[in-house]
Design a protein around this ligand. Structure first.
Ligand SMILES: *Cc1c(COP(=O)(O)O)cnc(C)c1O
Length: 416
């Protein structure tokens, strides 16, 4: 355990309730090593690690690139890893996306998407500025992304800074409601932003590909830009490389981050159609896309992402994903009949279930209690309130999953 005297202020952490935490020293495959023992990384280190920790090809690519070029300004300069990665991405994303804008986190990829959408409408001389978003959405923790995300305890203090969006009902079970609300609002909206098929931080809430397809078709009919935030779902999580594939749609703007480098380094990309790029393409400098961050397209991060694409190309990643999805289903199945749980669900490699408790609210603190309970058993899980979800790296074996689900069973004995 670390010293409580550490000067670090950790993210989403109430230091008064957890004065010290494990000091992690190594990562290998699905495992983390701490000063006190081993931990099974059942949430892929906050949803980012796809193939496993320290995949040798990614590690090699990082070492090699660090020896050649560490960082360079990306405005009016370029470098080979960024060029190779952009071409590689265009080949694998849904067809029709033609341009790649780099940034360095999921939140910034979404901020970029929102700015691209507004820039498109401004530069084409049309007064569309409204953003549509789903109930329970999560798009990040910067001011723009909090605005698009659900409002609650997480952002109440910052509410005066947040811009208004038009909130649409969560699709599943109320498909007609979301489509009716969208039909109403889409006519003069700038863009709809969605997490395709599954809302992550909002509680691992799933909805059908058919509803996704219909929302997309409706936006298309009204000329409203469709932004797919695949920051969590991208790179295989939902069973396909991108969740949009399951609906057969190409968004106008696609956000990717977490799994882009296999989870090894921070890097994000916002991809868009020629239409959006062309609206900014002009000899008139006032039409420039005015966005950058210092580390845009960091060469080492881009090299890691190129290695990730090679892994997808050369290794049986899809088979691993199918095997993990099957193993998740096998372990999850008994819980479907367990009255202590509700909404037992799975999408691709992601499994989730809600522990029935009298007060499931976030501030009730069940999440941290459950997390501490799993930690004691050598399993890293971080429940969202009473929603326990399992989102492990693709190298995780059925036996390793057994440890996770034994822990969940034991948690039910203790907490339900
Ligand atoms: C994690 C996440 C983000 C934010 O990504 P960061 O890299 O944490 O900024 C945005 N959208 C979705 C759907 C996410 O899951």
């Amino acid at each position: 355990m670390t010293s409580p005297a550490s000067p670090i202020w950790h993210p989403f952490t109430q230091h008064a309730l957890t004065p010290d935490f494990p000091l992690v020293t190594h990562g290998e495959g699905a495992w983390l090593e701490t000063k006190d023992g081993k931990l099974l990384d059942a949430i892929s280190s906050w949803w980012v690690i796809t193939h496993g920790h320290r995949h040798p090809r990614i590690v090699d690519a990082i070492k090699k690139q660090a020896d050649a070029l560490d960082q360079v300004i990306f405005a009016n300069f370029t470098h080979q890893p960024a060029e190779d990665l952009a071409r590689g991405l265009i080949e694998i994303v849904p067809p029709g996306l033609a341009h790649v804008f780099y940034s360095d986190s999921g939140s910034t990829s979404v901020e970029v998407a929102l700015k691209m959408a507004l820039g498109f409408w401004k530069n084409t001389g049309q007064a569309r500025t409204k953003i549509l978003a789903l109930e329970h959405a999560y798009h990040g923790d910067t001011v723009g992304t909090m605005s698009a995300g659900a409002r609650g305890v997480f952002n109440a203090a910052y509410d005066p800074l947040l811009f208004d969006v038009i909130r649409l009902p969560f699709p599943q079970g109320r498909g007609c409601a979301v489509l009716a609300a969208l039909e109403d609002a889409a006519k003069d909206a700038a863009a709809l932003i969605v997490e395709p098929l599954i809302l992550g931080a909002g509680g691992m809430l799933t909805y059908d590909a058919e509803l996704l397809r219909k929302m997309h078709a409706l936006c298309k009919r009204h000329g409203t830009l469709f932004i797919a935030d695949e920051v969590m779902t991208g790179f295989g999580r939902t069973g396909t490389l991108f969740a949009c594939e399951q609906a057969g749609i190409t968004p106008d703007i696609l956000c990717i981050a977490k799994g882009l480098t296999g989870g090894s380094l921070p890097l994000a990309a916002t991809l868009c159609t020629p239409q959006i790029f062309d609206a900014h393409y002009s000899t008139d400098r006032s039409r420039t896309f005015f966005h950058s961050s210092s580390f845009t397209a960091n060469p080492i991060a881009c090299a890691a992402a190129c290695a990730n694409l090679e892994i997808w190309r050369d290794e049986p990643v899809r088979e691993r994903i199918a095997a993990l999805a099957g193993a998740q289903e096998d372990r999850l199945a008994p819980f479907r009949a367990d009255p202590r749980f509700a909404d037992v669900r799975r999408l691709g490699t992601i499994a989730a279930l809600d522990l029935k408790v009298p007060d499931p609210g976030y501030l009730a603190g069940l999440g941290p209690q459950l997390a501490a309970f799993f930690l004691e058993r050598g399993v890293l899980l971080r429940p969202l309130g009473n929603t326990i979800y399992v989102m492990p790296p693709y190298c995780t074996t059925a036996a390793e999953l057994g440890l996770v689900y034994d822990g969940i069973r034991a948690a039910a004995e203790k907490f339900a």
